[in-house]
Design a protein around this ligand. Structure first.
Ligand code: PMP
Length: 348
């Protein structure tokens, strides 16, 4: 016996589930490879009794290790709960009420959110095409108190050279230029020297990408001491937990491991980009761990391809704000095997 109402029922259709049990996450620019075995050791050796006590509010050991890596004083280094916290604090601390925050477009979509929270007008400047255009750029009026430049840029993967960034920073002074270098270790060049030489430049870094620790939440800012100490004034007292501090210290003690993962990802990225190009895709040369690319016009568009690969468990990113970005996919670089399989789906 089946209840008549059930017999007659049109069943509820649940939300789409990817057909495969396996998910390959290529939509958040996480690292394809695990962190150093020293990270595993540090977690195993971490004494839970330490969690009774609050962590070091200043992350002093980690700060000193980072300072040694960057060739600066510990006072020039701020440690935060992921670089997203660092960026939020920078918007809070380096802007006056109602002063604009400058961003290039397209770039990291968190900045509009951070400026909206502060009720700061957002000054959007089209992303310059190369160093010449950046160096020649007129600073917008009214001058933003803070300008955020992502380098290498997300989602395009393009990069500016340090001297072009320096010129822009000098024109912007005394306003502050924040160079968001979440992906710099994949590029092999960075603007840390600017943050140590120019009074109005700060650089944000993260353990989430090249160091394979997105789940840990540790970010860094390097810059002039007065700017760094201003951030320390307003952060949460214990913004980085004790385990995160210990694990980040362990990761930093094994830079060769990180570097080898970077080397593999860069090799895979370049091979994947070339194969897409050979199949007629428009691929922006990438200096990061993702590829910004547009499928050829005579085939399925980005939206269709995103849906197609999703059915096979591959998550890739497509932005629709502003709408022109929707013609592209941003694909994080996975392992060689993952990228080969994805390529088979994209180009056939
Ligand atoms: N900046 C950029 C440009 C990013 O793409 C990301 C990651 N989405 C971040 C900062 C934030 O990284 P995290 O908070 O994990 O350090």
């Amino acid at each position: 016996m089946i209840r008549p109402s059930v017999q007659a029922l049109e069943p509820y259709v649940p939300g789409e589930q990817p057909k495969l049990k396996r998910i390959v996450k290529l939509n958040a620019n996480e690292n394809a490879y695990p962190p150093s075995p020293k990270v595993k050791d540090a977690i195993r050796e971490f004494d839970p009794r330490r969690l009774r006590l609050y962590p070091d509010p200043g992350c002093n050991r980690l700060r000193h290790l980072l300072a040694r890596r960057y060739g600066c004083k510990a006072e020039s280094v701020f440690v935060g709960n992921g670089s997203d916290e660092v960026l939020r604090l920078a918007v809070d601390v380096f802007t006056r009420n109602a002063a604009p925050v400058g961003v290039f477009e397209p770039s990291y979509s968190l900045y509009p959110v951070l400026s909206a929270i502060r009720e700061a007008p957002l000054c959007r400047v089209p992303l310059p095409n190369g160093d010449g255009e950046l160096a020649a750029l007129k600073v917008p009026e009214p001058k933003p108190d803070l300008f955020c430049l992502v380098n290498p840029n997300a989602p395009t993967g393009t990069i500016f050279g340090i001297e072009a960034v320096r010129e822009f920073a000098r024109k912007l002074a005394p306003s502050i230029l924040l160079v968001d270098e979440a992906y710099a270790l994949f590029a092999g060049s960075d603007c840390v020297a600017l943050a140590l030489e120019e009074p109005n430049v700060v650089v944000a870094r993260t353990f989430s990408k090249a160091w394979s620790l997105a789940g840990l939440r540790v970010g860094v800012l390097v810059g002039p001491e007065p700017l760094v100490s201003a951030l320390y004034k307003v952060k949460d007292s214990y913004n980085v937990d004790a385990l995160a501090q210990a694990v980040a210290e362990a990761a930093l003690s094994d830079p060769d491991w990180m570097q080898e993962n970077v080397r593999r990802i860069v090799a895979t990225r370049d091979r994947f980009s070339k194969a897409l190009e050979e199949a007629g895709w428009d691929v922006t040369p990438s200096h990061a761990n993702f590829v910004w690319c547009r499928p050829p016009e005579n085939g399925p568009d980005a939206e269709k391809l995103q849906a197609k690969v999703r059915n096979w468990g591959f998550l890739v990113r497509r932005f629709t704000e502003p709408v022109e970005l929707g013609s592209h996919l941003r694909i994080s670089v996975g392992t060689d095997a993952e990228m080969d399989e994805l390529l088979g789906l994209l180009v056939k």
